[in-house]
Structure formats: structure tokens, C-alpha cells
Design a protein around this ligand. Structure first.
Ligand code: 3HC
Ligand code: NAI
Length: 682
């Protein structure tokens, strides 16, 4: 049965798509729409058409699962063209999200009405492509180039009211009764010549500098990506070429991008992110624990950021500290962060007060007694954590979830300090915790299904991308960081300069390299002045008060704007260490640097898979993209390795093995898969 049905309401034909979950414009929907438009044009009794969708949303785009497969006619551009050419006015009735091909259908319609909660956008660029059904040509014709550029090149949706303001939506109608409102609208336009977007040119005149300015302003965000530049080229075509030629240009660019590596990687990321929220062995109907109040221990760097996630979601937080000083400092920083967001216009003053009003600072642990979830973010020390969990066990109510934000420590050992290990879980946030999207959910040996499923659900409430990890040192992300760090140090001792090592990773697409990261975090994390014995390069740098950006010097020298430049002093320190280590000094090329930094990470990822620490290799990709800034357009470390060929990675590791750390071992899984010519299998 076709997912598209029609119904007559007087002289109006109502076309209804019902293709759950998001009314993606797969073949059957496209065909249904084309048939319905054909029906309207043939039936003389029909004077206007309304297109709407059942379920939670208007068309959310083309069906991404059809990409890369042979096209089944009619293609979406054809359908949009048919709608636009219809002699009878067509009204799009929009609720939910009109995205990508969905908005392109709406742009083909002659009028658009939307409910206030609707969102409209062209997110194709996030999938490494551009709108391929006329979006790049029609949107600028409707809203002007300046409003269209960010929507097409950045891909973020806008609200119905913004859409109304720029002329994308003709009328906003009440949430209830969208269909009636659209019918009413259609009745008003019966007999009028349908205004065809493709024929408009009134909003197309624009100064050419708009494009260059836009590129420059967004250079950082667009770095490394192919699709945004193609989007800009296509919009330029909209102002330079007649519609037909502009559409042809758009099509050419679309076909090239959709067949490319970046689009394959970004589509992988899209589905991987959704897959990550599924826990294979936890039944879907597992009962959830209601989380109405959250407790947080420690108002330091992490505690404050974690608390903000819940406050922003409207969930009250009680925050416990040891002393008044750190408590005041912590809550002060939270307020400042909120106020900075408000200054940028991303929050109102009332929202700031509302969020801060949900916070109860305290020095009394008993105040955590009514919390449904308590997250510990105190010092990274097993004895302290066990002590804290023992005490929590005594005050927390029955059924409360007890979570630790530990970066490395064993959740099972922490859980052993309580009489309810089934309620204990790891919730590993990333710094800054109010900004970074990743949440590693660490499943202890005894963590109950309910606790795990609740944590996963909660991650959505606080708008995080969650990935489940088993218990091991450093979980998925930090465990893979360790071999990269070891190799960065080895490379440095063999003659590669820290700034060359950083540069290679930045050119690869990472936001920064390991030495820049170390300078940013502070080289003195875990360093003790009294115990320091010049035994590592890091220790020597700290002893010389080169403790990173905060002291104006670390691996780099920093100016007053915190811009780093290579340091002669550091070169000398490295040279003297290299001499002592007796390692042969040599010129090391960029390719070797890249392979020696990234292949051992892939190898560690393979071990993580083999040990069952990660459920699937795509989860590892999601961790590295959202927690460490791995470039999404390569798909994450595991996808990247698969595209290179696991055999290439294996051969590279064999070749570099003499230089790798003594304890380096090639993963059995990687070897087997590489030799069999396989990938990691999801
Ligand atoms: N094609 C195929 N499947 C899709 C899809 C699409 N366009 N959009 C969503 N889905 C699937 C998801 O994979 C998920 O499947 P699962 O349940 O098996 O995991 C299911 O629909 C529900 O999706 P979400 O979990 O993401 O649901 P949310 O309610 O959180 O979000 C949404 C809804 C905002 C619509 C979000 O799904 C989304 O952003 N979708 C993609 C939108 C998009 O990128 N559209 C452009 C497509 S490309 C295009 O249109 C090309 C054209 O120009 C020619
Ligand atoms: P921090 O030193 O900034 O804050 C810790 C806070 O805990 C301090 O304010 C301290 O006064 C308080 N505290 C200590 N013992 C306490 C107790 N018994 N009761 C109440 N409060 C107590 O440390 P940070 O960086 O916030 O780290 C906290 C935890 O988060 C650690 O386990 C760390 O490994 C983890 N983590 C840290 C990340 C980071 O980038 N800083 C990233 C992810 C996890």
C-alpha cells in the first residue's frame, strides 16, 4: 500500500504522507506524491492542493538509506518540479521538521504554512552533500542570498517564527488544526496564478563580496570539509544562472559529493550516532527510574559543568562540597558561564535566573538523601572515591543511582564500597562538561539494566551523545589516547619536533595536537614539585616553570594572546634527553608521524572491540568524534582505518614496530580481520 493517500475536501485535494518514523522521501513516497499531483491536475473539480504528513513530522528529508543505490524513478527533483509546475496552487502544511528534501518539497509548493513548533532547514551539508532537489536554487529565491547561505552552508534549522520573518513561511497557524488552517489558506488562493519560486528573481541581487565574507567568517568551522564549498558554489549559481542551468549545476555537485569519501563518512556518523544509543542486551521495555532531582559531589571543573547540563534541562541539582570556599567558587563559575551565554544572545536573563534558581549548594551530605541520581566528581583517587561512595551508600535513598565521573578508575572497585553495586555506574563527561557532547556510560559488572537504560535515556534529556563502555583503564576514549601519547613522545625522542607532530594532526583535521593539548591543560597535572626529579621532559619543563599556557610557556612559547611559537629552550631540553636515551636521531616524515600516531589508536580500538569493552566499532568512532574532535568527515578512527584497508594499517604497524613502545602488541582481531580482507563489522 502506498504511504501517500489523498482525500477530497470540497475543491481541495489533501495529500497525506504516512511513512514513519520521519516521513523520509523514499521511492514509495516520491511516487505517491507524483501520482497525487497527477490526480490533482487531471481532476477538474480540484482547484488547489494541500500536502501534509501524518506522525511526528513533515518530510525530514530524502531517505538516506537509498544513497549509493540505483535511483528508482521518480527522483526527488522531478517530484519538486511537478509540484512547482502544477497549474493549481499547492500549499505545504508543515509540522515537526521540514528538513533537506522535505524543505525542498515545501519550496516547490506555492505556499507554506507552519505550526509555531516547526523547524525548517537544509542539513544536507552535515551529511557531506548539498541539497540536491533544488534547495540551493530555490531557497535564495525565496529568502535572499544572505539568509539562505548560512542555512545551506552550515545546515542548522531555523524556527517557524524565524522562517516567517525571512519569508520562508507564509503563515504561522495554531498547533492544533494545521490541516484545517492549510485548507482555509488554500481556499483563499483558489483561482490565483500559483507563484512559482523558480521564476522569482526579485531577491537574487547581491554583492559578490557576500560569498568571500561568508567563507572568511566561517573558515574555522568549514576547515577540511568539501561540501560547504560546493554549497557556496551552488548558491552562486543561483544568482548567476537561470533556474534550469542552476539546477543542473546543483545536480552535478550533488552527484560528485554523494559518491565521495566525506559523504560516506558523514552518513556513517549519522547512523552510528543513532546506533550508539542502543544497548544490545538490554530489553527495550526495561523499566526506567524517574530522575527528578540530581546530586553532585564536587564543585570543581567537572562538577560545575555537569550540574549545568541538568539545570539547563530544568532538573534541580543539589551540589555538595567539602568547604564553603570551593563551593562558592564553583557556583560562581557556573553563573559566569551562564551569563556569558546570555551575553551572546543564546539565553535570556530569565533563563539564567531560572537555571541558577534550581541549584542548591550545600556542605551537608544528608542533603543528597532525596536525589534520584548522584554523580561524584571529586579528586581522581581510588581511596577518596571509595570513601565517598561508602558515605553516599549511607545517605542515598533506596533505588537512587550512584554515578562516578572518574576518567580512568575501576567502577567495579568503586561499587564494592557500597552495598548496592547494581545501582553504581560510570558517567564520564568530557571537559568542558556543559559544552562537550560526549558521555561515556560505563557499565559495571553488576550495574542493573534499569540503571543503564535510565542513564541512556537521561543522556538525551541533557542532549548528550552517549556511548556505553565496559570497565577498563581509561574506558574507550582515554584508553585509545594513551598509545597516541606514547608514540608522540617516542617520535619526539627520535627527532620529530613537537610542533611538527602537532601540525600533522591538525592537518589531518584534529583541533590540536598532543603537545598543544598538554600546554592547554597544564603540564603540571599530577606533577609534584617536591618529588620532581627531572626524569621526563615534562618534569624538566615544569621545573623550569614552563607549565603550559597559563605560565606563558610549555612545549611552546606563548604571547599575550596565547599564540604559541616553537621554543629553542624546549628543543635543547629534548636534545639532551634524546642523547641520554641513546635513540638514533633522524628526519621523520609527516606520513610516518601520522601512521605512528593513528595506527596504534586503531590497534587499541580493535582490542577494545575484542574485549567487548565497546559494543561495536562505530561506537568508538562516536567517542572520538564527540569527545576528542576527531574530524567527522573521516568517519572516526575505525571507519577511517577500514576505508584505508585494515591490511594497510596492519602492514604499517609491522613496519613501524621496531620504533614503537616496547609493550606494543598488535591486536589479534585486527590481524585476523586484515588478513581476511574484512572490516570491523559495524
Ligand atoms: N533517511 C532515513 N532514515 C532516517 C532519516 C532519513 N532522512 N532521518 C531519520 N531517519 C531514521 C533514523 O536513522 C532513526 O532510525 P532508527 O530508529 O532505526 O535508529 C529514525 O529515523 C528516527 O530518527 P532519530 O532517532 O534521529 O529521531 P529524532 O526524533 O531524534 O530526530 C530528525 C528526528 C530531526 C528528523 C532527525 O532524524 C534528523 O535530523 N534526520 C535527518 C535529517 C536530514 O539530514 N535530512 C536531509 C537528508 S538528505 C536530503 O534530503 C537530500 C536531498 O537534498 C536530495
Ligand atoms: P577538580 O579538582 O577541579 O574538582 C574536584 C572538587 O572536588 C574540588 O572542588 C574538591 O574540593 C571537591 N572534593 C574533593 N573531595 C570531596 C568530598 N569528599 N566531598 C565533596 N567535594 C569534594 O577536579 P575535576 O577536574 O573536576 O575532576 C573531578 C573528577 O572528574 C575526577 O575523577 C577526574 O578524573 C574526572 N574528570 C576530569 C576531567 C577534566 O578534564 N578535568 C574530564 C573528565 C573526568
Amino acid at each position: 500500500m502506498s504511504p501517500v493517500s489523498t482525500r477530497r475536501e470540497g475543491e481541495i485535494l489533501i495529500v497525506i504522507s504516512d511513512n514513519p518514523p520521519v516521513n523520509a522521501l523514499g521511492h514509495a513516497v516520491r511516487k505517491g506524491l507524483a501520482d497525487a499531483i497527477g490526480e490533482a491536475s487531471r481532476d477538474e473539480g480540484i482547484k488547489a492542493v494541500v500536502i501534509r504528513c501524518e506522525g511526528r513530522t513533515f518530510f525530514a528529508g530524502a531517505d538516506i538509506t537509498e544513497f549509493g543505490k540505483p535511483l528508482q524513478e521518480p527522483g526527488l527533483p522531478q517530484v519538486v518540479d511537478m509540484i512547482e509546475k502544477s497549474a493549481k496552487p499547492v500549499v505545504a502544511a508543515i509540522h515537526g521538521t521540514a528538513l533537506g528534501g522535505g524543505l525542498e518539497v515545501a519550496l516547490g509548493c506555492h505556499y507554506r504554512v507552519a505550526v509555531p513548533s516547526a523547524k525548517l532547514g537544509l542539513p544536507e551539508v552535515k551529511l557531506g552533500i548539498l541539497p540536491g532537489a533544488g534547495g540551493t536554487q530555490r531557497l535564495p529565491r525565496v529568502v535572499g542570498v544572505e539568509a539562505a547561505l548560512p542555512m545551506i552552508v552550515k545546515g542548522d534549522p531555523i524556527s517557524a517564527s524565524q522562517a516567517k520573518e525571512i519569508g520562508l513561511v507564509d503563515e504561522i497557524v495554531a498547533d492544533q488544526g494545521l490541516e484545517e488552517a492549510a485548507i482555509h489558506y488554500a481556499q483563499q488562493v483558489i483561482g490565483k496564478t500559483p507563484p512559482r519560486t523558480g521564476e522569482r528573481t526579485d531577491r537574487l541581487s547581491v554583492d559578490d563580496s557576500v560569498f568571500e565574507d561568508f567563507k572568511q567568517k566561517n573558515a574555522r568551522r568549514l576547515r577540511g570539509y568539501e561540501a560547504p564549498l560546493a554549497c557556496i558554489e551552488a548558491v552562486r549559481a543561483a544568482i548567476e544562472l537561470p533556474l534550469e542551468e542552476g539546477l543542473k549545476k546543483e545536480r552535478e555537485l550533488f552527484m560528485k559529493l554523494v559518491a565521495g569519501e566525506q559523504s560516506a563518512a558523514l552518513r556513517h556518523v549519522f547512523f552510528a550516532e543513532r546506533q550508539a544509543s542502543k544497548i544490545d542486551d538490554v530489553p527495550k521495555d526495561t523499566p526506567l527510574i524517574p530522575i527528578e532531582k540530581v546530586g553532585i559531589l564536587g564543585a570543581g571543573t567537572m562538577g560545575g559543568g555537569i550540574a549545568m547540563n541538568f539545570l539547563s534541562a530544568g532538573i534541580p541539582v543539589t551540589m555538595l562540597e567539602r568547604e564553603q570556599g570551593p563551593l562558592d567558587r564553583g557556583t560562581g563559575i557556573m553563573r559566569k558561564n551562564y551569563e556569558a551565554t546570555a551575553k551572546k544572545g543564546r539565553m535570556t536573563d530569565e533563563q539564567v535566573e531560572k537555571a541558577m534558581g534550581l541549584l542548591t549548594p550545600t556542605l551537608d551530605m544528608n542533603d543528597l538523601g532525596d536525589c534520584d541520581l548522584i554523580i561524584e566528581a571529586v579528586f581522581e583517587d581510588m581511596d577518596i572515591k571509595k570513601d565517598v561512595f561508602g558515605k553516599l551508600d549511607a545517605v542515598a535513598k533506596d533505588g537512587a543511582i550512584l554515578a562516578s565521573n572518574t576518567s580512568y578508575l575501576n567502577i567495579d572497585e568503586i561499587a564494592s564500597a557500597t552495598k548496592r553495586p547494581e545501582s553504581v555506574i560510570g558517567l564520564h563527561f568530557f571537559s568542558p562538561a556543559n559544552v562537550m557532547r560526549l558521555l561515556e556510560i560505563v557499565r559495571g559488572e553488576k550495574t542493573s539494566d534499569s540503571v543503564l537504560a535510565t542513564a541512556m535515556k537521561l543522556s538525551k534529556t541533557i542532549r548528550k551523545v552517549a556511548v556505553v563502555s565496559g570497565v577498563c583503564f581509561g574506558f574507550i576514549g582515554n584508553r585509545m589516547l594513551a598509545p597516541r601519547q606514547a608514540e608522540a613522545n617516542n617520535l619526539m625522542l627520535e627527532g620529530a619536533k613537537p610542533w611538527d607532530i602537532d601540525r600533522v594532526l591538525v592537518e589531518f583535521g584534529m583541533p590540536m595536537g598532543p603537545f598543544q593539548m598538554a600546554d592547554l591543560a597544564g603540564l603540571d597535572i599530577g606533577w609534584n614539585k617536591e618529588k620532581s626529579s627531572s626524569s621526563t621532559i615534562r618534569e624538566v619543563l615544569c621545573e623550569r616553570d614552563r607549565r603550559g599556557q597559563k605560565t606563558g610557556a610549555g612545549f611552546y612559547d606563548y604571547d599575550e594572546n596565547r599564540r604559541g611559537t616553537p621554543s629553542k629552550e624546549v628543543e635543547e631540553v629534548i636534545a639532551s634527553f634524546a642523547e641520554k636515551s641513546g635513540r638514533e636521531q633522524r628526519q621523520i616524515g609527516d606520513q610516518e608521524i601520522l601512521e605512528r600516531l593513528l595506527y596504534p589508536m586503531v590497534n587499541e580500538g580493535a582490542k577494545i572491540l575484542e574485549e567487548g569493552i565497546a559494543q561495536r566499532s562505530s561506537d568508538i568512532d562516536i567517542v572520538w568524534i564527540n569527545g576528542y574532535g576527531w574530524p567527522p568527515y573521516t568517519g572516526g578512527p575505525m571507519f577511517w582505518a577500514e576505508r584505508r584497508g585494515l591490511k594497510t594499517v596492519l602492514d604499517g604497524l609491522e613496519k613501524h614496530k621496531p620504533h614503537l613502545s616496547d609493550d606494543f602488541e598488535i591486536s589479534g582481531l585486527l590481524r585476523r580481520r586484515a588478513e581476511a580482507g574484512e572490516g570491523f563489522g559495524g
